[in-house]
Design a protein around this ligand. Sequence first.
Ligand code: GDG
Length: 726
Amino acid sequence: MPEQKTLIVSNRLPIKIQRRKGKLKFTTSEGGLATGLGSFYKEQGSWWVGWAGIVPKNADEEHEIRQELAKHNLIPVFLDQAEIEGFYEGFSNGILWPLCHYRPSYMVLKKEYWLSYCAVNEKFAKTALEQLSPGMRVWVHDYQLMLLPALLREQLPDASIGYFHHIPFPAMELFKMLPWREELLTGLLGADLVGFHTFENVDNFLDSCFGILNLPKSINQLKVKGRSVLVDVFPMGIDYNKYHTQATLPPTTQYADNLRKLYRDQKIILSVDRLDYSKGILQRLQAFEILLNDHPEWRQKIVLHMLIVPSRDQVGQYKKLRNEIDRTVGNINAVYGRPGWQPIAYYYNSLPFPELAGLYVAADICLITSLYDGMNLVSKEYLASKNNTTGVLVISEFAGASRELSDALVINPYAIHQTSETLLRAIKMPKKEQQERLQASQAILSKFTVHHWVNLFMQRLGEIKSQQRHELARKVNQKISHAVKERYDLSLNRLILLDYDGTLVGFNTDADKATPTDDVYEVLDLMAEDTKNTLSIVSGRKYNNLEDWFGQKNYYAIAEHGIWSNFPTHTWQLAPGLQTNWKAQVKEILQRYVDRTPSAYIEEKTHSLAWHYRKVERAYGLRQAQELLQELLQLTQEKDLQLINGDRVIEIKSKQINKGKAALALVNEIKPDFILCIGDDATDEDMFQSLPRHAITIKVGDKQSHAKYYVENYKEVIDLLSVLAN
Ligand code: GDG
């Protein structure tokens, strides 16, 4: 029994239903996903939801299908003809597929396809929700169901939801073209874990979330309304033993022997793929033709055995491709063929599994020319089918599998002369080298199997859920705010330290416009009225800024991270012994970056300098900031200066002073029995770290922090202060 039940949701169920002589015939699928997930969904209590792939004739037939599928823990979603055309062929295969495979010009952007996609995702959500019980995990598969994670999240805020994208995720510039880009990204981010085959896909997805949804970038996590979402790489494997064993069984060995007899004295080059423009079939044929043309000595000694599985051949682009393949194959065979020998043996059908395995066993070379491919399982199946024998894999660098299989011969399928040369190298490769390369690849494939993939995905889903629980325990909720209020009420001498920007007011691209709101004044005035309270703003801003806003108040202000303070006399005083002779040299560097970066500017304070990029295009600003930080590193070390990497600002000031030291000075003076300190910035960490242990420290925004608690945003700070003051 699995520890936790899992609901799998994918577009297709792992079963094929056909009508034969008026009766329904059910055949289970042998696909990689079905095998990998088999151990989950067949366990009692786990289920698989998906389209049955058939439109029932009437209610009786629908009932029969449901009954039969239920025996295998499968739950069908039924689609009518309009949904098949809109959701499946229109949006999934006519928009998302070409876009994710870098063929945006093939997209047919019709609003009705989008509406159908939304409606069918809702339909899947409804069926899935009927099956879900508390504590169950959900694993959603692939691009047909990108909206589903968020639809499930709406109804089940605490559920464990994983999503895996089996095809490539394109670069942000491309994904941006979609009129429904925000909706699709938001849909995916309903999941706790979003998985891809390669790290490039992960990067592309994170770039899109940053560029389109404005979500800050990190290596592999995003924050969605306070919930951490993990985005990670899971290269899908195969059932290695199944292929390795099948290669020794009679139907397969027999098929392989027959094939070898048929192609006596010829090297067999094999290709297996669905009819699709992403597979580089025409490029493959061109490369093969160049080989025949440039190396006549190999004619009659090689054969390209090309199995193409029929797919989507009623769709325009696919029909066109098929005609082109037919024409090219015919042409090559006509030009280079001889009586008794055809260079290309082309089959447009699909084979039963034992025969497909026979092809793998017999082939000397497997040639994969994908122009883009999420993973490509055929390449892995071919290698796994080789039992102490020989065989060479030639694989496109644009297939996800090429990232793991570093012992294969890797090609760029667009460089057809290079492909042709590499093919020749594979044909001539000595047996010993073939064996060495095979063994190295098999060692990887036998470890990173599909079962390993499933376990790893589930393990990471568990990890992100426990991280979320941990984070939630730090979040200021009603219980925590009551406990703080209780301590507040019992204390007699309180110190309240509040950062300003990002803590009491929101971020404004124009720093001068981030003035205190009425709410801020109201709650601070109320707090300061209480004679038990000493309240101070602790900010990085210039003192004249703070003087303008808070100079007339009966609370205090500390400016420029502690360089200036008006405590306790309400007159501004400078911290003693600070040097400013470093400023000219640093300013010169900052000025260069201002001249190179539109909208960046320098803010000069009496004892510090700030380079602001709050108005600069976000990604570009971050890049310039990284470079500037790098350049300032050595100089600031030599001059004993502090380099602060803040929120869209880089600040340089003397090391002798920081917010932590300033806060501690107040603590020593006042000797409070209650300390509350709230801040959002890197510089506030100095306060969190230097205050006594009993201090209640709160970070605004759930970033890595030394603070004990966190709140989501400045509005929650005002709420908390109001609770305390009232
Ligand atoms: C998507 C992504 C990613 C093929 N012909 C026959 C047959 N097959 C089986 C193969 C293999 C499967 O079909 C094809 O898998 P691929 O991975 O190559 O490609 P897609 O179907 O496009 O899959 C892809 C995959 O999802 C997994 O995440 O790798 O990049 O596009 O298993 O063996 N099976 C039988 N007869 C055939 O004639 N029995």
